[in-house]
Design a protein around this ligand. Structure first.
Ligand code: 5AD
Length: 352
């Protein structure tokens, strides 16, 4: 089949076989890419209109018990200066974020068990009670047991982000010496079952990753049907075992973003910080290829640079208000508008 027809088929039916995805991905021309991005953008417009949702991202600890080969804050990296924000400091970040208009707070960290279930539950309850307007709390804290996830949900957490990272079992095994492929998937299913709005996702351009793996990523996501899908390029970090590997490319990542939009049309898709790091206009390009969420950083400037999952991460010297308005301008340059609401997913709103 001709590739324009394949793109049209994806647009009309929200479905492509793995073979079709691989064929498109491997041989897409610049002109076909524009067609793909424009169809993805139209699909996004049909579900979410002109609005882009903002989330205030608080990177509250870079301490991690896991040892993922690609990640700059892996336990084995002794060069990172570790930090941990105490609950009062996290609440101060939320206050700043609330003042800047954010109504979703994403609490992200390495897998740091200093934050016990009790500490996290109390924190979530405080955030949920603290403001006049309703806010959503998103957790991105990695793997805990299912009972803990249940308690955190009961304490008021609304959403949970945990990328599946790669749908290739073999590659997953190589990259995650301290984690299990089956557990990861079981946790994602459990989080969904508990009632969280769930975010999954993957990296593009991992060493050893093939187009077959990427097609599998999209098929896995279509089946899981998460509320949110985070896709970013792999960016090598010199203090990791993958430091001298090649990273993912902007075009490959954008093609996966656009295909994710076409195959899982009602999902929330962030224009990731990693894309903004790879190219100065990476996030704008993602917004033109079907993304509809941006997560500006509200982590205190004093520790920002220490949360380096990859190197040269943007906004390291910026203050929360810089990011707030920089992002708004970027969104406007591509003809879209900031929406400061909670920004729930279509799937969530239609089940509510
Ligand atoms: N390059 C790009 N993305 C990375 N992540 C971690 N390390 C890197 C890297 N070197 C991503 C993972 C993780 C998310 C928070 O950041 O996908 O889930």
């Amino acid at each position: 089949m001709n590739k324009h027809n394949l793109i049209e088929k994806a647009y009309q039916t929200n479905d492509l076989s793995k073979g079709e995805i691989i064929f498109l991905f491997e041989s897409i021309t610049p002109e076909e890419r524009e067609d793909l991005f424009s169809k993805a953008m139209q699909t996004k417009q049909a579900y979410y209109g002109n609005k882009v949702y903002l989330r205030g991202l608080i990177e509250f600890s870079n301490i991690c018990r896991q040892d993922c080969l690609y990640c700059g804050i892996r336990a084995s990296n002794t060069k990172v200066k570790r930090y941990r924000l105490i609950p009062e400091e996290i609440l101060a970040c939320c206050d700043k974020g609330y003042e800047l208009g954010y109504r979703t707070f994403v609490l992200q960290s390495g897998e740091d068990l200093w934050y016990t279930e009790e500490i996290l539950s109390a924190l979530i309850q405080q955030i949920k009670r603290r403001y006049d307007a309703e806010v959503a709390v998103t957790l991105s804290i990695g793997e805990r047991d299912v009972e803990t996830y249940q308690k955190l949900f009961a304490s008021g957490a609304d959403r949970f982000l945990m990328r599946h990272e790669t749908a290739s079992q073999e590659l997953y095994g190589k990259l995650h010496p301290t984690m299990s492929f089956e557990d990861r998937r079981a946790y994602l299913n459990a989080l969904k079952g508990i009632g969280f709005q769930v975010g999954a996702g993957f990296m593009v351009g991992l060493p050893g990753q093939t187009p077959i793996d990427l097609a599998e990523d999209l098929h896995y996501l279509k089946k899981l049907h998460p509320d949110m899908i985070g896709i970013g390029p792999f960016i090598p970090h010199s203090e990791t075992p993958l430091g001298s590997e090649k990273g993912g490319t902007i075009n490959d990542t954008l093609v996966m973003v656009a295909l994710a939009r076409l195959l899982i049309p009602d999902s929330l898709i962030p224009a990731t910080t990693a894309l903004g790091t790879l190219h100065p206009l990476g996030r704008e390009m993602a917004l033109k290829a079907g993304a509809n969420v941006v997560m500006p950083i509200i982590t205190p400037t004093s520790v920002r640079k220490q949360y380096a999952l990859y190197e040269n991460k943007i906004c390291g010297d910026d203050h929360p208000e810089d990011c707030r308005y920089c992002i708004e301008r970027r969104i406007q340059t591509v003809g879209l508008e900031v929406d400061l609401g909670r920004g729930d997913s279509w799937q969530f709103l239609s089940n509510a």
